[in-house]
Write a protein that binds this ligand. Structure first.
Ligand code: NDP
Length: 262
């Protein structure tokens, strides 16, 4: 089977699409011809990032929308605005990538941080955003919607051993993974595919919080011996978003340098 990935004329929402892995995903979709609405939390540079991508890739539309994904009301509003004003009612896929990692002893994590991390991982980010997509007229008519969630190799405590100091982060990602698979089953009859990409260690601001010795230890625990660059996460994302993967749903793809095989 010979195939190519061409998103010309298609529209995607990428949460956290302004930096880190999300920006690499945005860039890859745009380079394949797709339009992207980026949802960001607070980075003042996000609108310029979007403008820069439009300049780099003439003919595509990229726009940044401030939207804290833990704010359910705002998520609903922004999805409506994106649908009506940016893409004219048609959203072909959502990449629920935004996430927050807090690496600390469980008892040191306060309620406010928990409320930021856990809901952004699994409640509003995944569930509410998906519902809006599901109800969009295009998905109802075309039955080709696609949702991609970002979990983490680290959630696989049963396969890799329990990781201290990431209690809530890893459990929230395990919840995302489990929920995505259940949604894939529920929404398959609607023609909506739901898949998960689970990165290992990726060189972004999020992983930059680890001290150097911890990062060295982490690299040594990966068969490929290093962190991933954000762009190395994107081929699987493009494949899963594309109709090339029309028979793939409910799957979790690990892009982790072999982390789980050791
Ligand atoms: P970064 O910290 O580099 O970027 C996080 C992005 O998410 C930013 O764009 C940020 O927006 C956005 N964001 C965070 N919280 C919210 C919110 N409440 N509402 C809207 N946007 C929000 O993260 P990474 O690129 O490293 O990670 C991307 C995803 O991959 C996350 O889900 C992460 O958990 C997962 N992951 C990352 C790994 C890694 O090693 N880096 C490993 C495994 C999984 P803003 O710029 O406005 O703050």
């Amino acid at each position: 089977m010979v195939f190519s990935i061409d998103f010309t004329g298609k529209n995607y929402i990428v949460t956290g699409g302004n930096r880190g892995i999300g920006l690499a995903i945005t860039r890859s979709i745009v380079s394949a011809g797709g339009n992207v609405a980026i949802l960001y939390r607070s980075s003042a540079s996000a609108p310029q990032v979007a403008e820069g991508l439009e300049k780099d890739f003439p003919g595509v539309k990229v726009k940044a929308y401030q939207c804290d994904v833990t704010d359910q009301k705002r998520v609903g509003e922004v999805f409506r605005i994106v649908g009506e004003e940016f893409v004219g009612g048609i959203v072909h896929g959502v990449v629920a990538n935004a996430g927050v990692a807090i690496v600390r002893d469980a008892l040191e994590i306060g309620q406010e941080e928990f409320d930021c991390m856990y809901p952004s991982a699994c409640r509003d980010l995944s569930y509410h955003a998906d519902l809006v997509l599901l109800s969009s007229s295009h998905v109802q008519d075309e039955r080709t919607g696609c949702i991609l969630h970002s979990a983490s190799s680290g959630e696989n405590m049963d396969r890799k051993g329990v990781q201290a100091r990431q209690v809530f982060y890893n459990s929230s990602k395990a919840a995302v993974s489990s929920m995505s698979k259940a949604l894939a089953a529920e929404w398959a009859p609607h023609g909506i595919r739901v898949n998960i990409v689970s990165p290992g260690y990726v060189a972004t601001e999020q992983s930059g919080v680890h001290p150097k010795d911890v990062r060295e230890f982490q690299s040594a625990s990966v068969p490929l011996g290093r962190y991933s660059e954000p762009a190395e996460q994107t081929p699987q994302v493009l494949l899963l978003l594309s109709e090339v993967s029309s028979y793939q749903t409910g799957s979790e793809v690990f892009v982790d340098g072999g982390y789980l095989i050791w």
